[in-house]
Ligand binder design. Structure first.
Ligand code: P1T
Length: 379
């Protein structure tokens, strides 16, 4: 089955009780048993819920995996995954990543004796240099948030396999429409479902997808034991959002390209970060592992100050100033003070998150209107 067909049909069946074509919102915490242990596969909604189950099956199919698990947020998904580790274990992570992931690693899990190394993973040699006999996990985000760096997933997978390390890929920016890390050798795919998968800025949710049964069992155990599961109403909304994922992403990509090309021509703009440019670092890797380049674009101003950034950030009308990304409407954000404020200034500046860096989540409006909005704000 091809992607668009899977987005609409995979894992979904008419409701067995009524024939309803749309998966019902099973708004229930528990399920009646005929006798102890004699039930229809559902006992308690932390453990399993039919609406959530349909979504988990659908996500597994889209990522070409076998098992999907949904969580109350992207952070809850990462939190659950990290609970597979033990004190003394080490993780190698990309040094340019969502600020909340960095905070979870350095402020929460470091307290429990897990050690994190942050390296520029766009050069695979930097990963290999940090591997030792305590390394258990490679944490890859590609494209990275917010610098749009590209990490070679197949190359990272080869290192992981050689050293018997798990490779997890945060696929939030690309979505499975553009990139399927499990096909490239990753063990776990993670999503902030809040973003493109939900697609309509109305749900906070996370997900993990894996191929391997033993790994899935470990994660199910943790999902059920720790309990950070999403509710059925949110699962329904995401199922509905995913039905148009392929169409939305096509438009995000078209608009992203035109906005990135426009920004390059604006005299106030210094650098534009978008992996579709031939000169973007690792553009060849992006071309190889992605089907298109997505709708996220970051740029800096020639006047590299927070004040100059604020001039732009407060003057757009169609691009709303807000955290998050991946919805149908365009958003504009300031990583240094918003999404990446939890990363110390000297750390974030090393990766390019300077004071004038602005991040756009280019929506699916008419692109001429979006460009006119930016033109006005930049002038
Ligand atoms: O927000 P939540 O659903 O918990 O997901 C966290 C997360 C994980 N990974 C990536 C790549 C992300 O971008 C995020 C959330 N990011 C934002 C809120 C943001 O504006 O960048």
């Amino acid at each position: 089955m091809k992607f668009g067909t899977k987005a609409i049909h995979a894992g979904l069946e008419p409701d067995p009780a009524t024939g309803a074509i749309m998966t019902p919102i099973y708004q229930t915490s528990t399920y009646v048993q005929a006798a102890p242990g004699d039930h229809k596969g559902y006992e308690y909604s932390r453990t399993q819920n039919p609406t959530r189950h349909a979504l988990e099956q659908n996500l597994a199919a889209l990522e070409n995996g076998n098992y999907g698990l949904c969580f109350g947020s992207g952070m809850a998904a990462i939190d659950t995954l990290l609970k597979m580790l033990l004190p003394g274990d080490e993780v190698i992570s990309t040094n340019d990543l969502y600020g909340g992931s960095y905070r979870l690693f350095t402020k929460v899990f470091a307290q429990y004796g897990i050690k994190f190394h942050f390296v520029a993973m766009s050069d695979l040699a930097n990963i290999e240099a940090k591997v030792n006999d305590k390394t258990r996990l490679l944490w890859v985000e590609t494209p990275t948030n917010p610098m749009m760096n590209i990490i070679d997933i197949a190359g990272a997978a080869a290192i992981a396999k050689k050293h018997n390390i798990l490779l997890a890929v945060d696929n939030t920016f690309a979505t499975p429409y553009l990139q399927t890390p499990l096909d490239l050798g990753a063990d776990i795919v993670m999503h902030s479902v809040t973003k493109y998968l939900g697609g309509h800025s109305d749900v906070v949710m996370g997900a993990l997808v894996v191929k391997d049964e033993a790994l899935a069992q470990k994660l199910y155990f943790l999902q059920n034991s720790c309990g950070a599961v999403p509710g059925p109403q949110d699962s329904f909304l995401v199922l509905r959002g995913i039905k148009t994922l392929h169409i939305r992403i096509q438009r995000h990509c078209e608009n992203g390209r035109k906005v990135a090309e426009y920004l390059k021509t604006n005299p106030k703009v210094d650098k534009v970060y978008w992996p579709g440019f031939p000169e973007h670092p690792n553009h060849d890797v992006a071309k190889k592992q992605m089907r298109d380049f997505g709708g996220m674009v970051s740029f800096t101003l020639k006047t590299n100050t927070i004040a100059a950034a604020n001039e732009v950030l407060t003057r757009t009308h169609l691009f709303s100033l807000a955290e998050s990304l991946g919805g149908v409407e365009s958003l504009i954000g300031h990583p240094a003070t918003m999404t990446h404020a939890s990363i110390p200034k000297e750390e974030r500046e090393k990766t390019g998150v300077v004071d004038s860096l602005i991040r756009l989540s280019v929506g699916i409006e008419d692109v001429e209107d979006l460009i006119a909005d930016l033109e006005k704000a930049l002038s």
